[in-house]
Design a protein around this ligand. Structure first.
Ligand SMILES: [Zn+2]
Length: 432
């Protein structure tokens, strides 16, 4: 089906291009034409037309790190250090999770993400990933699903976790008409002994699967790693061969210049999670240095339990602001850099081709932002407003593969009232 979107402001995502009187033609889920109003006549015969009414059409936002299975723990265990938070709050509650909990949590998260303009997300989770894949399928969102593996167990258990991850990878890719990809996800170097990481790397190479892992999130884990292995985590993972396959690390807060050199050398991508890092008191990742070194930086929210929302506009704004403050340099992480991190860089980090830009030949994953809001006036600095002033609440429509999933702020593929009811019900059951 051919669709024409006209009378809008198009932010392509590339080279800060903003087309003030733009139109776009989409056919079979792919962007076919992007142009200006004066070329519109030749496309006027397209029957399916959407008048953008001067609103802003931007690439869909891409969240490159999270755990949506934990969404019901939002607000449960605030203001605690990471280790205490995990050991006394997250892990004991997760031990009580059932398929019903995961279904309620993931539905809530996908609804929240879609309504706030996220069209693709990465999920690292260890429970009921098949349920999450089914929700991706029915909701219409795009996703990279990874089965998180903790290796603090026997070799037999490690092998069975890896076998499960590989089987899931094969099965889940068949769901969602090509909208689901997968990676192998060792949880972190501090929860995965070297022998287990080697097994994972071996399979990743064999199956051509990328790797996703938490890395150097806290100073404590890095110093314990050094005490245990005599080297810092990045050097260690490089030696094990983890970076021989495409790797996306989450956090990368505590990195030396030498470690940044290694990440650059192996073209390791980073998911920067500024809000989660701030909330857990983990620190501030050296993103200014990463960008200078041409390291690919994308943005993730991490879970709603450590953020506490999944609004990528807020995350993008934080990513653009904190490095200016911490380095006392307002030129660090420009609005354009932050916008790319939340869109095109995210697509590359997740290994998606032709995604993350409003460009001919790219997937028609895009978001329409209400340009009439008072906090987005005067409306001539679109890119600035998108990064420094907009929020997920400004999103009016969301498309993935050319299919409308959110219209007038309402999700067309999910029952909001029911999802909110079941989320609260499932949390009460968990808490009692
Ligand atoms: Zn995480």
């Amino acid at each position: 089906m051919k669709q024409l979107f006209y009378n809008g402001v198009i932010v392509t995502g590339e080279n800060q291009v903003v087309i003030p009187d733009g139109f776009m033609v989409v056919e079979d889920g792919v962007i076919e034409v992007v142009g200006t109003q004066d070329q519109l006549d030749q496309f006027s015969s397209i029957p399916n037309k959407v008048n953008l009414k001067g609103n802003w059409l931007i690439p869909g936002l891409i969240n490159t790190h999270g755990h949506i299975g934990s969404t019901l723990l939002r607000g449960y265990g605030d203001d605690l250090p990471l280790a205490t938070w995990l050991e006394t709050k997250m892990w004991p509650m997760e031990a009580k999770f059932t398929d019903e909990t995961i279904n309620a949590a993931a539905s809530l998260a996908i609804l929240e993400m879609l309504k706030s303009g996220t069209t693709t997300f990465l999920e690292m989770y260890h429970l009921h990933l098949d349920l999450i894949a089914n929700l991706v399928d029915t909701s219409g969102i795009r996703s990279c699903l990874t089965r998180g593996m903790i290796g603090l167990c026997s070799k037999t258990e490690q092998e069975s976790k890896l076998a499960e991850a590989l089987q899931l990878s094969r099965d889940l890719r068949k769901i969602g008409q090509g909208r689901i990809t997968t990676m192998l996800a060792p949880h972190a170097p501090y929860t995965c002994p070297p022998e287990f990481l080697e097994m994972i790397v071996h399979e990743a190479k064999k199956q051509h699967l990328p790797i996703h892992t938490h890395l150097s999130e806290t100073a404590k884990e890095v110093s314990e790693h050094f005490t245990k292995y005599g080297k810092r985590p990045v050097e260690h993972l490089a030696e094990i061969g983890v970076f021989d396959v495409h790797t996306l690390i989450a956090h990368g807060v505590h990195l030396t210049d030498e470690e940044l050199d290694i990440l650059e050398k192996y073209q390791v991508a980073v998911s920067h999670n500024p809000m989660s890092n701030l909330k857990l008191g983990s620190g501030i990742a050296p993103v200014g240095k990463m960008l200078k070194k041409q390291i690919l930086v994308s943005i993730g929210t991490d879970s709603a339990a450590s953020n506490n929302n999944l609004d990528m506009f807020q995350e993008m704004r934080m990513a653009a602001l904190i490095h200016k403050g911490s380095s006392e340099d307002p030129t660090v992480v420009s609005a354009n850099e932050a916008f790319l991190m939340a869109t095109y860089n995210g697509a590359k980090a997740l290994g998606f081709d032709s995604l993350g830009l409003v460009e001919v030949g790219y997937a028609a994953d895009f978001v329409i932002v209400n340009a009439e809001k008072p906090h987005l006036q005067p409306n001539s600095h679109v890119l600035s407003h998108l990064v420094y002033s907009a929020s997920g609440a400004d999103v009016v429509e969301v498309y993935v593969n050319g299919k409308c999933l959110v219209r007038d702020g309402q999700c067309l593929t999910m029952d909001e009232e029911q999802i909110i009811f079941y989320a609260n019900k499932a949390f009460k059951k968990l808490y009692s």
